[in-house]
Design a protein around this ligand. Structure first.
Ligand SMILES: *[C@@H]1O[C@H](CO)[C@@H](O)[C@H](O)[C@H]1NC(C)=O
Ligand SMILES: *[C@@H]1O[C@H](CO)[C@@H](O)[C@H](O)[C@H]1NC(C)=O
Ligand SMILES: *[C@@H]1O[C@H](CO)[C@@H](O)[C@H](O)[C@H]1NC(C)=O
Ligand SMILES: *[C@@H]1O[C@H](CO)[C@@H](O)[C@H](O)[C@H]1NC(C)=O
Ligand SMILES: *[C@@H]1O[C@H](CO)[C@@H](O)[C@H](O)[C@H]1NC(C)=O
Ligand SMILES: *[C@@H]1O[C@H](CO)[C@@H](O)[C@H](O)[C@H]1NC(C)=O
Length: 392
C-alpha cells in the first residue's frame, strides 16, 4: 500500500526538486557555461554507455569515473564549484563516464534491462572494469587522438581502475596518472554502519536470489522516490537526509548545507546490481581483493580453483595518487594503507588535512575548490610522475 502511494506520488516529489536536481549532465554543463557533447560507447559485451564530453583542449583529456550507486552527475551537481566545471575552466577536455546499469547506461545491443533483468544485471564491478572502462578509455583516446589520458576516480570508481590494470595490464600504458579520491580496494576496516550491513548481507542475499531481485535503487524505484521525498521535505528533511548519508559516509555537516541536499537526491542514488553489492561484501568478508565467488563448482569451472583468486595488484603499474581522509567511514585509512603497500607505483599519498573530511566531500563538499582542487590541479599539472610525494 505505502509502496503504491509513494510510487504514484513520485512525479510530484520530483517537482519539488530545485532546478539542478532535475537537470541532466549536459544541461548542467550548459547552464554553467560549457559546451557538452554526448557519446554512446558500446562495450565488447554489448552494453551501451553514455559518455559526456565537456569540450576543451583535445590534447589534455581527463576521464572522470563515478562510484557505486552513482553516475557521472556526481562530478557536476555542485555547478560552478564542481570538479567537472573547474577542470573545464582550466581548459581540460573533460570526459565523464558511466558504468553499466545506471540511468545513462541502460542500453544494450540485444538485452532489455526491463524484460531481461537476470541477464542484463548479471555483472559486478569486475565487468565494469574489464569491459566498460576499456571501451570508454579507448573511445576517449581515439576521439582526442592521444595515446594516454589522466583519470580521476571516486570510491568504487577507483577499485575498477585497479581491477582493470590488474586484469588487462596493457591499459597501464594508456593511463598517465590515476588520481584516487576515497580509494576503495580492501574493505575490512569500514566503520560501524557499513560493517554491520556487510555482516547482515549474507542473511538477506538468499532472499533477493529467491525473489529474483537483481537490480536495486533504479531512479524509478520506490526507494529512490522515498529518498527524494525525505530530502525535499521542509525543515525535517535536511537533518533526516544528511543523517542517512552521513551514517555511511562520515559526518561533516559544514560541507553539505541545507540548500544543496535536495539537489543530491535528484541524482543519487542510482542503479546498482545486487551482484555488485555481493562482490563488495565478499571482498570485505574474505579480507582479500578477490574475484567474484561463484561457489565451489562455479569457481572451478571459471577459475580452475575452488576459491576465487585475488586480483594481482603487482600488475598495477600506472602511476597512482591516493587521496584519503580520516573521517571516511567507507574508505578507512587502514584499508588504504594495505592498498598502498600492495601497489607498485604510488606516486603520491595524501590524507586530507580537515579531520571531518568524509567519503562524499570529494564530490559534493561545499569547499572542495579550496580544500581539494588545488592539489588535484597540481597533480595534473605535473609532467613527470616519479615519486612526487615531496611535491606539496
Ligand atoms: C539531457 O537533456 C537534454 C535536454 O532535454 C536532452 O536533449 C538530452 O537527450 C538529455 N541527455 C540524456 C543523456 O538524457
Ligand atoms: C592545448 O594544450 C597543449 C598541451 O598543454 C598546449 O601545448 C596547447 O597550446 C593548448 N592549445 C590551446 C589552443 O590552448
Ligand atoms: C557560481 O554561480 C553562482 C550563481 O549561479 C554565483 O553567485 C557565483 O558567484 C558563481 N561562482 C563562481 C566561482 O563562479
Ligand atoms: C524507468 O522506467 C521506464 C519505463 O519502464 C524505462 O523505460 C526507463 O528506462 C526506466 N529508467 C530507469 C532509470 O530505470
Ligand atoms: C552470469 O554470468 C556468469 C559468469 O559469466 C555465467 O556463468 C552465468 O550463466 C550468467 N547468468 C545469467 C543469468 O546470465
Ligand atoms: C598549470 O600549469 C600551467 C602552465 O605551466 C599554468 O599556466 C597554470 O596556471 C597551472 N595551473 C595550476 C592550477 O597550477
Amino acid at each position: 500500500m505505502i509502496v503504491i502511494i509513494i510510487q504514484s506520488a513520485a512525479t510530484s516529489f520530483r517537482d519539488r526538486l530545485p532546478e539542478d536536481g532535475k537537470l541532466n549532465f549536459t544541461q548542467l554543463a550548459n547552464k554553467y557555461g560549457h559546451e557538452c557533447v554526448e557519446h554512446d560507447v558500446v562495450t565488447e559485451d554489448g552494453y551501451i554507455l553514455k559518455l559526456f564530453n565537456i569540450v576543451g583542449n583535445k590534447s589534455r583529456p581527463i576521464f572522470l569515473q563515478h562510484g557505486f550507486m552513482d553516475s557521472s552527475d556526481t562530478f557536476i551537481i555542485r555547478g560552478n564549484t564542481s570538479l567537472a566545471i573547474a577542470l573545464a575552466e582550466e581548459g581540460y577536455d573533460v570526459w565523464a563516464g558511466n558504468t553499466r546499469g545506471n540511468e545513462y547506461a541502460r542500453g544494450h545491443l540485444t538485452l532489455n534491462p526491463e524484460t531481461d533483468k537476470k541477464a542484463f544485471f548479471n555483472y559486478s564491478q569486475h565487468e565494469m572494469a574489464v569491459y566498460d572502462l576499456p571501451a570508454m578509455i579507448d573511445y576517449v583516446l581515439h576521439e582526442t587522438r592521444q595515446t594516454q589520458l589522466k583519470a580521476i576516480g571516486h570510491s568504487q570508481g577507483t577499485m575498477i581502475f585497479y581491477i582493470l590494470a590488474a586484469e588487462k595490464p596493457e591499459y597501464n600504458d594508456k593511463i598517465k596518472l590515476f588520481i584516487s579520491l576515497a580509494p576503495i580496494c580492501y574493505l575490512h576496516h569500514t566503520k560501524p554502519l557499513t560493517s554491520t550491513a556487510i555482516k547482515l548481507w549474507p542473511l538477506v542475499e538468499p532472499f533477493f536470489k529467491e525473489l529474483g531481485i537483481v537490480e536495486a535503487f533504479s531512479r524509478n524505484s520506490t526507494a529512490v522516490a522515498l529518498f527524494e521525498f525525505i530530502c525535499t521535505t521542509k525543515d525535517i528533511g535536511y537533518p533526516l537526509c544528511i543523517t542517512i548519508m552521513f551514517s555511511f559516509a562520515g559526518f561533516d555537516r559544514k560541507e553539505l548545507e541545507r540548500k544543496f541536499v535536495p539537489v543530491i537526491s535528484g541524482h543519487f542514488p542510482n542503479t546498482a546490481s545486487t551482484k555488485n553489492g555481493d562482490h563488495l561484501v565478499q571482498i570485505a568478508l574474505k579480507k582479500r581483493f578477490s574475484k567474484y565467488d561463484y561457489g565451489e563448482e562455479g569457481n572451478v569451472l571459471l577459475y580452475g580453483t575452488s576459491e576465487p583468486p585475488n586480483y594481482d595488484l603487482k600488475n598495477v603499474r600506472m602511476p597512482v595518487a591516493l587521496i584519503s581522509a580520516r573521517n571516511d567511514k567507507l574508505s578507512a585509512l587502514k584499508d588504504v594503507a594495505i592498498l598502498r603497500d600492495a601497489l607498485p607505483n604510488v606516486v603520491y599519498d595524501h590524507v586530507m588535512e580537515r579531520r571531518k573530511y568524509n567519503h562524499i566531500d570529494y564530490v559534493w563538499g561545499k569547499n572542495a575548490p579550496q580544500q581539494l582542487y588545488p592539489m588535484v590541479f597540481k597533480l595534473l599539472n605535473t609532467t613527470s610522475y616519479h615519486r612526487i610525494s615531496k611535491l606539496f
